[in-house]
Design a protein around this ligand. Structure first.
Ligand code: ZN
Length: 185
């Protein structure tokens, strides 16, 4: 995850923007166009993914792209326009793992205010242990809890979600339907 670069040019007219607090009672710095007055609002992005499960094992993907190439992750990526969060999570699972799944419920919402992102992870039940990962993934593999490569997990959002998943499974709380609100700071 990286911080987005600042806006450089006006989306309406192409003039170089300046960062200042708009005159309308706003309190935050915005990219304001000095030519046409357009204010460019920047808001957090949604990342959507799944916790794909087969029996007592969870599917992880070995990343083939930066950032964190060579580290393990749950299938997840930026939500696209014209899809729901669950559709996006299923799409990412297909693209990154080539896994056949039955989508389950929302499991975790992970805020990452430092980079302006909110991550949503859904539970998913794998329909087989045959995977066909796309170019973003070197390998898709199933891990039991004691096999999880905790020191080789790509993102803290994934780590906290996996920790919560296994904690819930040990305590029997998975069936409660509780959605975890987690923060990564
Ligand atoms: Zn402009």
């Amino acid at each position: 995850m990286t911080l987005r670069s600042p806006i450089k040019h006006c989306r309406e007219c192409g003039t170089a923007v300046v960062y200042r607090v708009p005159d309308d009672g706003d309190t935050k710095l915005r990219a304001v166009c000095p030519a046409c007055g357009t204010v460019h609002y920047e808001n957090p992005l949604n990342v959507v993914g799944t916790v794909p499960v087969l029996g007592d094992r969870v599917l992880l993907c070995l990343r083939n792209i930066e950032p964190r190439r060579g580290k393990w992750t749950l299938p997840a990526g930026f939500m696209e326009l014209n899809e729901t969060s669950a559709e996006g999570a299923a799409r990412e699972t297909d693209e990154e793992a080539g896994a056949q799944i039955e989508m389950g419920r929302l499991f975790s919402v992970v805020n990452v205010p430092r980079v302006g992102q909110v991550h949503f992870f859904y539970l998913a039940t794998l329909q087989s242990d045959v995977f066909a990962p796309g170019f973003e993934t070197i390998e898709a593999r199933l891990f039991a809890e004691d096999e999880i490569p905790w020191d080789e997990i790509a993102f803290r959002t994934v780590k906290v979600t996996l920790e919560q998943y296994f904690a819930d499974r040990r305590s029997g709380a998975l069936g409660s339907g509780h959605v975890h609100s987690l923060d990564v700071v």
